[in-house]
Design a protein around this ligand. Sequence first.
Ligand SMILES: CC(C)(COP(=O)(O)OP(=O)(O)OC[C@H]1O[C@@H](n2cnc3c(N)ncnc32)[C@H](O)[C@@H]1OP(=O)(O)O)[C@@H](O)C(=O)NCCC(=O)NCCS
Length: 218
Amino acid sequence: MDAPQDAADQGDGGVPRLHRGIPEGAEQQVAALYWEAFGRKLGSALGPPEKGRVFLASHLHHDRGITALDGVGRVVGVAGYDLAGRALNGGSARDVLSGYGPLRGLPRLALLVLLTRNPAEGELVMDGICVAAAHRGAGIGGLLLREIAAVAAENACSRIRLDVIDVNPRAKALYERHGFSAVRTQQTPFLRTLMGFGAVTTMHRAVTTDDLAEGTPR
Ligand SMILES: CC(C)(COP(=O)(O)OP(=O)(O)OC[C@H]1O[C@@H](n2cnc3c(N)ncnc32)[C@H](O)[C@@H]1OP(=O)(O)O)[C@@H](O)C(=O)NCCC(=O)NCCS
């Protein structure tokens, strides 16, 4: 895709452009970005941070992410998704047990199961969206969401689903501006100490044929 017209020049690397997929060699950048955004939530399951980043980088499904790249090809944003049961973040139960050991791996697996959201028929489920802290508020998150909607439309999905935690009202506001509506909130007080949030809101957005025109297939 050509440089997006509505994205501000980032100054230190040019105008961000979107790329379908995780570029080969960018795995560690993606994992670092992901950990910067979700480390608080993932720490108890995949920490310590260095190990968690390595685990994420080693088990990415390259075809299940959209990246925003700056002018010199650095990843400044990523949006993951789960389509037909394959998500950006891979890593099976066996990978967790072999990476963390059977004794330490088992409780970690239990926590990861709590975070797992399988797509229903005709549904694309978001698997994390994050923009590097220095690049936030410049429209990159919105561009990624529009591209996700295009992917959903191209794959004949009728709905996009995502979860947002109660301590992230700005992300929730962003989703609402992009057509998502809250459908239910699950209270999770037992996760407040462990993962830093006490409730999870599920949001839906219908996919329409207009979404086909929004993104640029490549
Ligand atoms: C949420 C996020 C992906 C938005 O990306 P972005 O490129 O800043 O988004 P845009 O520039 O298109 O839109 C900005 C809007 O994003 C939301 N936002 C959420 N957190 C933000 C932050 N830390 N800084 C700036 N905007 C933020 C706001 O609604 C903001 O609108 P505002 O002008 O009313 O404040 C990004 O802030 C981020 O990576 N946050 C950390 C990870 C995260 O919370 N992911 C969502 C998990 S459900």
